[in-house]
Design a protein around this ligand. Sequence first.
Ligand code: GLN
Length: 541
Amino acid sequence: MTRFIFITGGVVSSLGKGLSAASLAALLQARGFKVRLRKFDPYLNVDPGTMSPYQHGEVYVTDDGAETDLDLGHYERYTGVVTRRSDSVTTGRIYQAVIQRERRGEYLGATVQVIPHVTDAIKEFIQADIGDEDFVLVEIGGTVGDIESLPFVEAIRQLGNDVGRERAMYVHLTLVPYIPSAGEIKTKPTQHSVKELLGLGIQPDILLCRCDRVIPEGAKKKIALFCNLREERVILAQDVDTIYQVPRAYHDEGFDAQVCAHFGIPAHEPDLGRWSEIVSRVRRPEGIVNIAVVGKYTHLLDAYKSLGEALTHGGIANNVGVKLDWIDSEIFEQPDAVQQLESVHGILVPGGFGERGSEGKIAAACFAREKRVPYFGICFGMQMAVIEAARHLAGLSGAGTTEFGPCADPVVGLMTEWTRGNQIERRNAAGDLGGTMRLGAYHATLEPGSRVAEIYGSTEISERHRHRYEVNINYKAQLEKAGLRFSGMSPDGLLPEIVEIPDHPWFIGVQYHPELKSKPFEPHPLFTSFIKAAVEQSRLV
Ligand code: GLN
């Protein structure tokens, strides 16, 4: 019997609903339950794929090729449960489904309305594609009271009635701010937020209160009294020094025990051993390495959420702290500016789009290659490294990517056809932008004896992709002669997936996004190996 836990947020956004949901799921999992996590986003885009990273942060890609909210990354990292397209739904997607149904005449002459048609569609999505999960945790994006999220709040209210309260629970995350001038914390925003939720017909079963300090007993009592809850259902979510401490901190406050109590499930102690191990490694590193991440959206770290986490995981695997230096690549377009990379132990150029700053990324790749600093190119970062090698090793001075327009030597070009399993997928330059990249998990075959084959410990891998351009196979022979090794290819041998420079301490470019699959308790082998190389580099400089 699947139970539903709905997580809403109040007072302000950015309180960490995604991490809260992921942490609760991890705690339930540690008690032996099977979980699934879902995110509902109230915006009208069908998915975040066409949104600027400044608007939305990272686009997290699932194995089955959906472009989704970055919270799905937290879900996977905390639970190891592989996310799917059905775990991420936006208002745009709901409306698309409703309107398509209307056009097909499936509403049989009815006037199509938010209630019941849109709310029914939301309820269908919540309950779709569920197997033997004990718990499905559904996070509602936005803040309660927003116009956009009203249909979602209404739908979860209805669903609580449909399945019965013994199978549904409402968790509301709020802020309890400390006001320095008054010298005390304030409960009023939480009271108002719960009032808002009550006005929409939902009495929260648990309040999760974000606070930068311990909430005094008196204040907790007050929140319980005004919000119509028992005191033990008011849970403190105090700020912690590492996000991997959140599950343990919640457990210590009784969060998962209260959830079990709500559902009448006998509560025995969960095994949180692996979380304690991760936290102690993060807190007590044996050294520090400095990694320069040379990208474009460096002012908004949410744009590189999984990447930052995967680098931390690489540090956990090597027992070192990873200090990240986020550098806007444009600055390397000034003469000699790359020299500031002199003191770093590794350079990473992440995924990206568009011409701005690309020459700076090429300069960073050139610096890494020439100065023998470990280099990790991910997607766009691989493409820039290939252009650099083409220009400076193979002598193709006009090498570039057709992403920025025509060029003399298109060593990176638009992909118009590729195979997925037994099927051919086709695109053309004039098609829709949304959802049309090469998306999701694809297999690659690694060359035996290559560095990557050694790192993976295998010659068959599957990784997640999100790109429209590819390294042009027609230049393969020429680039290989110049010193680049094409050590990973698509199984049909047509799409370059990995390049490496054998005569270099660590220089690898991958066309896919390994960061999406890294987990704290299962760091991705490429990140483990890259950080290991950085540790070795740190002994040299
Ligand atoms: N802009 C490049 C492409 O579309 C790289 C994309 C990426 O880095 N995710 O191929």
